[in-house]
Design a protein around this ligand. Structure first.
Ligand SMILES: C[S@@+](CC[C@H](N)C(=O)[O-])C[C@H]1O[C@@H](n2cnc3c(N)ncnc32)[C@H](O)[C@@H]1O
Length: 215
């Protein structure tokens, strides 16, 4: 069992690691051989919506220590936390964090391994960016995903072909109310290979992680 990173984050403004975060860690541990076989040199690992940074820290600590890492988040407190969490666990010289909507701050076709635990809870709408950096509403942005909880994830899926490198892969988390089976069928019709990695019941939510790669 690989170690779980210690987190350095203010949970009044940054998403506290929960069952979804830990499911992602377990998936990435299970995928370690696949990742190291397919991305043996120095892959560019990008985590969207990094929150506390626990997932990216786990990646550089235990899965791809030779990787280059970028984290993004719309929440500035999360960008700072992801670097602080990395440092608390020994750090890596090749990590930066960008305050950005999804991957819009990055050049096209450069991401080898993309990871996203999105705001997946169905809600009337996706909240706007809080006006004040002190606002507690940052936590709403971590959870509320609009219609079917899929508004933010759908935007990411639509741009996946532009974001990933030619051999790139994406690990994305869904809850059952996101209708992941329907997502998989749509993506397969568009030429994506979709692998179910793991499903876990978390309270009354059922969470799953899928791997997406262009055929
Ligand atoms: C469910 S939390 C996941 C946090 C962390 N990755 C984890 O697994 O513990 C979702 C994160 O996505 C961020 N987020 C929401 N919308 C975003 C967007 N459009 N672009 C980038 N990050 C976003 C939130 O601020 C939050 O940190």
């Amino acid at each position: 069992m690989l170690p779980t990173p210690d987190v350095a984050a203010d949970y009044e403004k940054v998403y506290e690691p929960a069952e979804d975060s830990f499911l992602l860690l377990d998936c990435l541990e299970q995928e370690k051989d696949y990742i190291n076989t397919h991305y043996s040199s120095s892959p560019l690992v990008v985590e969207i919506g990094t929150g506390s940074g626990i997932v990216t820290t786990f990646m550089h600590q235990s899965i791809v220590p030779n990787g280059l890492f970028i984290t993004t988040d719309v929440n500035p407190h999360a960008c700072l936390a992801s670097k602080a969490t990395s440092l608390k666990n020994g750090g890596t010289p090749y990590l930066d964090s960008i305050r950005s909507d999804l991957t819009t701050a990055l050049r096209d076709n450069i991401v080898d391994i993309l990871i996203f635990n999105p705001p997946y809870v169905p809600a009337e709408e996706v909240p706007g960016i809080p006006k004040s950096e002190d606002a507690y509403e940052w936590l709403d942005l971590a959870l509320l995903g609009g219609s079917d909880g899929m508004v933010v994830t759908d935007r990411l899926l639509e741009s996946l072909g532009t974001i990933l490198s030619p051999n790139g892969v994406a690990y994305i988390l869904f809850c059952a109310r996101n209708k992941p089976q329907q997502v998989v069928e749509n993506m397969e019709q568009k030429g994506w290979q979709c692998e179910h990695i793991m499903t876990r019941k978390a309270g009354w939510e059922v969470l799953s992680v899928y791997r997406f790669k262009l055929l």
